[in-house]
Design a protein around this ligand. Structure first.
Ligand SMILES: Nc1ncnc2c1ncn2[C@@H]1O[C@H](COP(=O)(O)OP(=O)(O)OP(=O)(O)O)[C@@H](O)[C@H]1O
Ligand SMILES: [Mg+2]
Length: 262
């Protein structure tokens, strides 16, 4: 079943003539882990906000579960690169904010239990509940942001370069956490994960989409079956993955050199 159907989507920001997304059509199936790669400024965040309902297409139709997306929804949880936490609220209060919207009829104690459980799922202590974001490391803040999205149990995870600001070790840990969360459900959540890191895409995705430079179109789209995937240790020695890496780098560089000559 398709979660998202994109029919000839184009997008320009209001008050701007510049076309950012140029006539994209594709489907995203339920349970896919799609990584979207592309050079800075090509329109990745713009596209993610279209999936979220924070941008609405200027032309074309974008459907989620057969309904045209008209606004944001808690069914499509977004994790941003800058964690998206309100700095004046504790980690717990940030999570509760989303939970109160999701479960309007439940009492505060029940919601707090869900919040603490989601902190535990991302490997954080329940003490973090009462801590302001500024006292948490970047990696911990990003875990809180993931916990916030997890707590409301969305159907889809939309992630915009969520680990871009983190060191390599923390980044690897959080990549594994996301894969673990994705793998653990029998009915897998759909994940759309924006990155400009080819290796991150190869490690995480079961489908890789490359956006060309602005105005962006899909210039590459490939599924990677679960039995083709490799462990982190073999990521740089597995022949298939090395070929895939070369192919992706060539496609991205070719697009950059062609568009720069124009
Ligand atoms: N709110 C906005 N109003 C007008 N133009 C915008 C707005 N946000 C982004 N743009 C423009 O849209 C284009 C695509 O931007 P977008 O942020 O989607 O790129 P990106 O691929 O996410 O880049 P990066 O990898 O640097 O995050 C850019 O030319 C940018 O200047
Ligand atoms: Mg971006």
């Amino acid at each position: 079943m398709n979660d998202f159907i994109l029919k000839n989507i184009s997008f320009s920001y209001p008050n701007s003539d510049k076309l950012v997304i140029d006539n994209i059509s594709t489907n995203i199936s339920n349970g896919e882990f799609v990584c979207v790669l592309g050079k800075s400024g090509c329109g990745k965040s713009t596209l993610l906000k279209l999936f979220a309902g924070l941008n609405i297409p200027s032309k074309g139709e974008l459907l989620f579960e057969d309904n045209i997306i008209k606004s944001a929804s808690l069914d499509r949880g977004v994790v941003f690169q800058d964690y998206g936490l309100f700095p004046w609220m504790t980690a717990g209060e940030n999570i509760m904010l989303a939970l109160k919207q999701r479960y309007r009829n439940r009492n505060v104690n029940e919601l707090k239990e869900i919040a603490i459980d989601s902190l535990k799922q991302v490997g954080l202590d329940d003490k973090v509940y009462n801590t302001l974001p500024k006292y948490l490391s970047g990696g911990m803040q990003q875990r809180v942001a993931i916990a916030q999205v997890l707590s409301v149990n969305p159907k889809v995870f939309l992630m915009d370069e969520p680990f871009g600001a983190l060191d390599a070790v923390t980044r690897a840990k959080l990549q594994d956490l996301i894969l673990e969360l994705w793998n653990k459900n029998e009915v897998k959540k759909t994940v759309i994960f924006i990155t400009h890191d080819v290796d991150e895409a190869i490690y995480l995705a079961n489908r890789i989409i490359v956006l060309g430079q602005s105005p962006s179109k899909i210039i590459y789209d490939k599924k990677i079956s679960l039995n083709e995937k490799t462990s982190r240790e073999n990521l740089y020695t597995d022949e298939k993955m090395m070929l895939l890496r070369n192919e992706l780098i060539q496609i991205i560089n070719k697009d950059i050199s062609e568009k720069t000559l124009m």
